[in-house]
Design a protein around this ligand. Sequence first.
Ligand SMILES: Nc1ncnc2c1ncn2[C@@H]1O[C@H](COP(=O)(O)OP(=O)(O)OP(=O)(O)O)[C@@H](O)[C@H]1O
Length: 202
Amino acid sequence: MRLIAENLGGERGGEAVFSGIGFALEKGQALIVTGPNGAGKSTLLRVVAGLLPVAAGRLLIEGGHADFPSVASACHYLGHQNAMKMALSVVENLRFWRDFAGADFLSAEEALETVGLDGIGHLPFGYLSTGQRRRAAIAKLLVSRRPLWLLDEPTAGLDKASEGRFGELMRKHCGEGGIIIAATHLPLGLEGAQALVMGRVE
Ligand SMILES: Nc1ncnc2c1ncn2[C@@H]1O[C@H](COP(=O)(O)OP(=O)(O)OP(=O)(O)O)[C@@H](O)[C@H]1O
């Protein structure tokens, strides 16, 4: 599988936020996106996820076959917001996302164990601490198998141990042929990743 962006442009509110972005990611590769606040990192991830339109250029997936005919169908998007219902239990939230995304992978309980949250799956998501919420959101990546992970500040709020555990998960995903695009201000421990530095459009 290959993800290609050619001369990609993105807009917010009708204004250009970035333009001329290009990258090609083979299976197993990662791209780390950095740049100052407002540079357009989140916008780029949302464009790749299909949540915002491609304003210019091309974005395509090759070798996704029938399982992943489009970029959007191949991706998990982990945004700034955790996208979980506060009143539902952690397990109920994860089961929702598993049903929504399809391609079952780990059970909700197994995914929680992987992120070190076993034993609290019955609690309403709203009861969790900031870091626990982020870890539960990371568990969403594990309940269904999608090859492209789009991660926006994925380690925000995580303690050192959780950061390390998540680094291992990302390396495992790439080792199994997955692709990652991560926007971050913090090192993620993905050695060998490609780098994209975005600048602000003044
Ligand atoms: N809905 C919107 N309408 C108009 N402008 C917007 C909208 N959403 C974001 N923007 C603008 O788009 C620009 C890019 O924002 P974006 O969130 O992509 O930046 P970022 O690089 O992810 O920043 P940060 O590092 O602070 O997370 C910013 O100037 C922001 O104000």
